[in-house]
Design a protein around this ligand. Sequence first.
Ligand SMILES: Cc1cc2nc3c(=O)[nH]c(=O)nc-3n(C[C@H](O)[C@H](O)[C@H](O)COP(=O)(O)OP(=O)(O)OC[C@H]3O[C@@H](n4cnc5c(N)ncnc54)[C@H](O)[C@@H]3O)c2cc1C
Length: 403
Amino acid sequence: MTFSLRPTYADPHLAALVDKLRDYLDGELAEYEHDRGISRAGRLTRADLQPVWQRSRELGFYGIHLPNEHGGQDLTHTQLAALKEEIGASGRVLGHSVLGDMGGPLRAGDILRYATEHQLKTYFLPVVRAERACCFSLTETDAGSDVRSMRTTAQRDGDDYILNGHKVFSSAGPFADFAIVVARMAGTGESGNEGEGDKPRFSAFLLDLDTPGCRVLDGATPMSGEHIESDIVLENCRVPAHNLLGEEGKGLRIALGRVTVNRLLHCPTALGAMRRALDLTLDRTRHRTVAGGRPLLSLQAIQHKVADMATEFYAARSMTYAALAALDRGEDVRTEAFMCKLFVAESAFRLLDEAVQIHGKEGLTQGNEIEYLFRKIRMFRILTGTSEIQRNGIARDLAFMSS
Ligand SMILES: Cc1cc2nc3c(=O)[nH]c(=O)nc-3n(C[C@H](O)[C@H](O)[C@H](O)COP(=O)(O)OP(=O)(O)OC[C@H]3O[C@@H](n4cnc5c(N)ncnc54)[C@H](O)[C@@H]3O)c2cc1C
């Protein structure tokens, strides 16, 4: 049987990790949240998060995907995805702080690969040790899907670059010590027609957020209600040239590098939320009675809904793990990654919509977990590449495929 609401794994190393993670999420982390009064409605602080980063590091989870020399366990993509799914399915508010999604090694991502010795020592290794935290700042008010239209500029000036611009929606910004900022090199792409010689060139920088000329402001609150976004305003902000990541002009490639992998690795968190919603919904339908004292689940209309929800989850999960397994075998899964991000986001949304329907007024009530999950999952159709952008990618790849 390959469908389960509590998956088991044939890989003994992964099975042991998942067991240990479930114990941590349901035990120590649940208690920590309870003792500190942490809830979805509250505003998290660095003081709430840092102990979780550190404890998760001690237990071996924080940065677990990294190579052994950086204190990780060199996990395959499939293994990492299974852990992310478990976190998504746990319902823990602080789940994002266990593997390093919130300001930790997973947010720094593959950028580690481009770091110099100085950058490793000053920025990335402290992140891996849960001492420092980072955010990623690409988006601007008028530059989202079309990041190339960004207006933030970088101008070389002696041993520094001078940054000017305004970034929005930098997740984990309120907890971060530094940002990975992408800016357009001043003097490139300004006419907007991208003629030869006028092509915008982008560079990526490591920016300490306490640098003069840099202001971190409270960002917009997305519909999930989480206060984890920052605006980063740069006014003649000087960044030393040794904080340039990789080569000048290669910043976008660095920032968007490994997009295929990242796209796939965002799916398991949504799969976890789907599993959690299905679990909560089944529970509700078993215990909620309707006329005649019968449980909701005895009604065929409800049975069909949960059957569709389970089938959507199974389809979304199967395709994601098939693509991850191919990626681990070294295959090119670019098209499949677009498909997975699209299908997981759209099916998760359908599933959560039905979960709300089945929960009735409870599903519409603030404080109910299904109501939160619905809002959270709705965002996934836009975050990390909208569904339309995934479709563009699939269609583009199909156009070049021979039959
Ligand atoms: C909660 C949250 C967290 C975020 N975290 C970060 C972060 O940490 N760092 C960061 O840099 N950014 C972050 N973002 C920004 C996010 O990546 C962008 O919101 C996303 O890329 C979409 O850009 P946009 O919102 O400007 O939409 P737009 O680009 O304005 O798109 C609007 C609509 O037009 C469609 N559209 C646009 N272009 C095309 C096209 N070519 N073909 C077809 N349809 C198209 C889109 O699909 C969408 O439906 C975050 C956003 C949110 C809401």
